[in-house]
Structures are given as structure tokens and as C-alpha cells.
Design a protein. Structure first.
Ligand code: VG1
Ligand code: CO
Length: 559
């Protein structure tokens, strides 16, 4: 088909600044005339001279407004000289699958339509994320450029007559302004499934799930994008019964829920696991990059521990036998359990700011094999995104190999390395002004040299400040410096209090308070985390004056 594109005049919108992971706003904001088009134009323009003739991957988590956005991207890519788009069937691709497809076909990048764990539907959130040619989230240099362009945009290019049926696997060729333009609709799961088969021993996992003493598992997709991946990979390929796949129909509003795999929003999984019928349970977020893992009777593994356990059991995963173990990394607020494994194994360990984009350079440089965040993100250098199902398959590999329960494996880990007890308090939808004020006061406090050495107490516990700062990171590969990544107060016994404002919310502010303490006394290893951390929580609330400044007595979510 031969088509001609046109230019449409537009005006800048305020606030098109990508946060921790893409631009996230209420659906209504994206639905405003030209809003989505402006952002897409700036994203394409940020590719610079790589744009003409490029190949890009497009897909998303199936949330409301996703299909419309894919339609806009197709029309604008055609008009902007992109030569080919690889699009997931019906616009569906998980975030890890996009990263996988970008890398497998060596494309110039990809656009992901997701607001990840934020609720969806007509009143929920939408989001757009750009990934670069290594398959990872665009680094700040690129997102800053997009934001700068968004402030002065005057027109965008679009080919309004170009429409593609995304429901069938097919390749469509067009001639647009005399150039060839191709859209290939690809299977949403196929390439990703192939990669998982290369990484894991599917035979061993299948034996675990179907053999004589088959492990009964339950995987809850929270009606996000993971449904088709769980059904195809875990049920069809690995033999788990269909009943293992719960909430595995992708819905545009995620069934009205909050597709965030934590103890609050994945309560359905927690309740099911409490019944004691399953030896392993997991939930995923909307776009499939996060995971929460539970053992029998809802035994909860903190993401920081999950990372450390995988780090200590890399030999259970064939991929790492091939590549070797290069190094480990975690985000700054993540508890330091993995650091202890790295030390024991003599591997490098990196501490980066929050957000997966900071791991990419280290992986590309061959210095990082496994990394994670306390926010239920775990992954390796097989792609450049965190990967929910990969984490589940990693755990199943460990279970198949060690022939122990989830809890047994974690207990053994604590006995060997000690336990990093961790909790995170989220205060969602706080007014921005008091939240900013609190952070500014904390910034002043940690900037004052006399703060170091001060003691704080609660009950009979006394903590003395050893280090306090606003975390700053220098990328060891490209030397780029990222400042103000969170207030960090470290006490003499190694316990930590961290405060940050979320960069993924769409309205108001979300304050995150992270508390982390180390316990090596064998008699105390199995204590309740909330009980164990109570004194530090109180001290953190005292120091920050969070309650006084925000008026919030209790957090929205405790992990
Ligand atoms: C949160 C998490 C962070 C994660 C990010 C994206 O960011 O804390 O660890 O990388 O979400 O995850 P913030 O700025 O709200 O704390 V996803 O699954 O929402 O793409
Ligand atoms: Co996500």
C-alpha cells in the first residue's frame, strides 16, 4: 500500500519527564489530544540520526489505552522514517520479553506501553517507556533529551491512513512517502520462551513439577501481562496443571486490582498459600518484570533475600555454568544480603541507585551477572530488564537441585550468612509540599557534619550514626554521576535507614522508608521482621518527623 504522511501542529505539554521507569500519568492525561503524540515524537527524535531506517520493538502489558497507543506509534514511526516495527500480537509483550526481542533481533530499541505496577483502566495509569539497543531502559542522558525536546515541540509527523491488524501473526509492507515500511506482528511469548529454554534445565524443572512427588505450585498474574507466559511456559512446556495459573487472563483494568506483587496487593496469593496446599507460590506485576516468592504456608522471602539465595546457588542454573559468574549488584535501598554472598565467593559487588537502568552498563561491560532490587525485582544479564518469570524459574531450579523446601533453603542461607532483616514502609499519595519539605530537612540533617556520632534510642536499643548522606553514584563504566538518590543513615552496627521519594507515581508523592538491620545470632534468626525492626522504625520516624510533617500515622503498604 502506498501512503503519504503529514505534519500536525502542536504545543508542548508540561511535565513530560520520564521518572524511575518511563513517563507515567493518569490515562486521562495520555488521552488528551496530542499528548501521547508529542511524547512519541520526542522519543523518536531523541534517537537522532539512528532514527531513519531503524527497527524498533513495540509492546505493552495490555492495559487500557495500550492498543490506541500502539496504533499511534505505528502511524508515527512510519511517518518518521522508521523502517520496521516488531509488534507483539494484540500489542502484548511483557517488559522482559521486549528486552529479549530487542537483543535477539539486534533492533535499535523498543517502546513499552506500561505503567508497570500502577493500577490500570479508564481511571488508572498509563505509561510509555523507551528501551535502547542493549535492551535496557534508556539511561538518564536519553530521557533528559526526550524531556528537553518535549518543552519546545511544535509539530509531529504522522501517517493517519496507516492501520494494521495486530490480532494475527503476519508481516505487512507499506510504502510511506516513497520509503518502505514494514510491520511484523510477532508471537508475544515465543522468543522469550526460547530464551528461557536456553537458560534453564527444563527437563529438571518438569520433573520437579510432574514427577512422583510433584511440587504443587500456584502462580498469580494479577490479571497482568504474565498470563500467557505462565500458561505457555509453566503449564504447557513444564507440565504444571492449568490450575497452577491463577488470574492469568490479561485484563485492561487488571480486574480492578493493583497489579503489584507485595503482601498487601497480592493478598489473594498470600491467603491461598496460607492454606498449606502449595509448596511454592509467586505473583507478578502488570508488565511482568517483578516477582514475589512465597514458600509453603505463605513463608515470605524478602526480595533482598531472594537475590542472595539465587546468588549463593548459581550452579543450579545451566546459563551461569556457561557464562561463569561475573559479579553481583543491588540497588542502594536493597538490604545487603547479597554483599555477604559476593564476599564469600570473592566476586565484585556494586551498589547502584534505584532503577534498573543503572545495571545495564555493568552488564554490557561483562562485570555483572545477577542483580536485584528490594522492590521485587530480580534478574540477570540474559536481558537488560528485571524478569519476574526468570526469577520463578531460578527458584524452581534451586528447588529441583537441592530437593529442599523454600523455607529450608532460606533457613540454611541465614545459618550460613546471617540474616539481613528488612522492611519497607510506603506512604502513598502524600501531598507533595510536606513530602518535599521532609526530604529537604533530611538533606540538611545529613549534610551537617555534627550529625555523625549522634545517638538515637528506643527502648533499650541505642544506635549511633556512623555515616549519613544523600546517595550519589558514579557509574564505573562511563563515569556519569547521579546525585540525590536517597537519604541514607547508617549506624555503627551496620543497620540502615533510607528515605526516598518514588519516581513512578502519577499524582502527589509516595514516601518510601527502608529499614535494614543485620542479625547473626543463631537464636534470633527466625524472629518476626516487624518486631525485630520496631526500634529502628521508631527512630526513623523520629528523625524524619514523618508523622508530624505529613499527618500520616500509618503507611499504605508495609513490606
Ligand atoms: C519503583 C521501585 C524501583 C523500580 C521501579 C520500577 O521505583 O522502587 O526499585 O525499579 O519502581 O519498577 P520508585 O521510584 O517508585 O521507588 V516497575 O516494575 O514499576 O517498572
Ligand atoms: Co514492572
Amino acid at each position: 500500500m502506498t501512503l503519504t504522511s503529514s505534519e500536525v501542529e502542536t504545543k508542548p505539554f508540561e511535565g513530560q519527564k520520564p521518572g524511575t521507569s518511563g513517563l507515567r500519568k493518569n490515562v486521562k492525561v495520555f488521552q488528551q489530544g496530542n499528548y501521547t503524540e508529542n511524547f512519541i515524537q520526542c522519543t523518536l527524535d531523541a534517537l537522532g540520526e539512528k532514527l531513519a531506517g531503524s527497527t524498533l520493538v513495540v509492546g505493552g502489558d495490555g492495559r487500557f489505552f495500550g492498543k490506541e497507543a500502539v496504533g499511534i506509534i505505528v502511524q508515527m514511526a512510519a511517518a518518521n522514517g522508521v523502517s520496521k516495527l516488531l509488534i507483539g500480537q494484540n500489542g502484548i509483550l511483557s517488559t522482559p520479553a521486549v528486552s529479549c526481542v530487542i537483543r535477539k533481533y539486534g533492533t535499535d530499541g523498543g517502546i513499552i506501553l506500561t505503567a508497570s505496577h500502577n493500577p490500570g483502566g479508564p481511571n488508572g495509569d498509563f505509561g510509555i517507556k523507551f528501551n535502547i539497543a542493549n535492551g535496557g531502559p534508556a539511561p538518564s542522558g536519553v530521557t533528559d533529551k526526550i524531556f528537553e525536546l518535549s518543552k519546545s515541540i511544535t509539530k509531529y509527523k504522522i501517517c493517519k491512513d496507516l492501520n494494521v491488524d495486530l490480532s494475527k501473526l503476519d508481516t505487512h509492507d507499506f510504502t510511506v512517502d516513497g520509503r518502505k515500511f514494514t510491520v511484523q506482528v510477532i508471537d508475544s511469548v515465543e522468543d522469550y520462551c526460547g530464551l528461557m529454554k536456553e537458560i534453564f534445565d527444563f527437563g529438571a524443572i518438569k520433573e520437579l513439577l510432574t514427577g512422583p512427588s510433584a511440587l504443587n505450585i500456584t502462580l498469580n498474574a494479577l490479571h497482568g501481562v504474565m498470563g500467557p507466559y505462565v500458561k505457555r511456559i509453566v503449564c504447557q512446556e513444564l507440565g504444571a496443571p492449568e490450575t497452577s495459573a491463577v488470574n492469568c487472563v490479561t485484563l485492561p483494568d487488571f480486574g480492578g486490582g493493583h497489579p503489584d506483587p507485595n503482601l498487601t496487593y497480592a493478598a489473594e496469593l498470600v491467603d491461598e498459600m496460607k492454606k498449606g496446599n502449595h509448596g511454592f507460590g509467586a505473583a507478578f506485576d502488570g508488565d511482568g518484570d517483578r516477582n514475589m516468592i512465597l514458600g509453603k504456608n505463605a513463608f515470605f522471602i524478602t526480595p533482598s533475600d531472594s537475590l542472595a539465595v539465587i546468588a549463593a546457588n548459581m550452579e543450579c542454573i545451566p546459563y551461569f555454568k556457561k557464562t561463569g559468574v561475573r559479579g553481583y549488584a543491588r540497588s542502594m535501598p536493597t538490604a545487603g544480603a547479597v554483599d555477604r554472598v559476593a564476599k564469600a565467593l570473592g566476586k565484585e559487588i556494586f551498589e547502584v541507585p534505584t532503577g534498573w537502568k543503572f545495571f545495564g552498563n555493568l552488564m554490557d561491560a561483562g562485570r555483572l551477572s545477577l542483580c536485584g532490587e528490594e522492590s521485587f525485582g530480580t534478574g540477570s544479564d540474559h536481558i537488560r530488564e528485571k524478569d519476574g518469570l526468570w526469577a520463578v524459574l531460578a527458584w524452581l531450579s534451586i528447588l529441583a537441585n537441592r530437593k529442599q523446601s523454600v523455607e529450608g533453603i532460606v533457613q540454611d542461607h541465614w545459618k550460613k550468612f546471617g540474616r539481613n532483616v528488612f522492611t519497607r514502609y510506603d506512604y502513598e499519595e502524600v501531598d507533595s509540599a510536606p513530602a518535599d519539605k521532609m526530604m529537604a530537612k533530611l538533606n540538611d540533617l545529613v549534610g551537617d557534619p555534627s550529625f555523625v556520632g549522634k545517638s538515637f534510642s528506643h527502648g533499650d536499643k541505642v544506635y549511633k550514626v556512623a555515616l549519613a548522606d544523600n546517595f550519589e553514584y558514579t557509574d564505573p563504566i562511563d563515569g556519569s554521576v547521579t546525585k540525590k538518590q536517597g537519604i541514607r543513615i547508617v549506624f555503627e552496627d551496620g543497620s540502615r535507614i533510607v528515605f526516598r521519594l518514588s519516581g513512578t507515581g502519577s499524582s502527589g508523592a509516595t514516601i518510601r522508608m527502608y529499614i535494614d538491620s543485620y542479625e547473626s545470632d543463631q537464636a534470633k534468626l527466625n524472629g518476626d521482621a516487624q518486631e525485630m525492626l520496631k526500634p529502628l522504625v521508631e527512630i526513623a520516624l523520629q528523625i524524619s518527623q514523618l508523622r508530624e510533617l505529613t499527618g500520616r500515622e500509618k503507611p499504605t503498604v508495609i513490606t
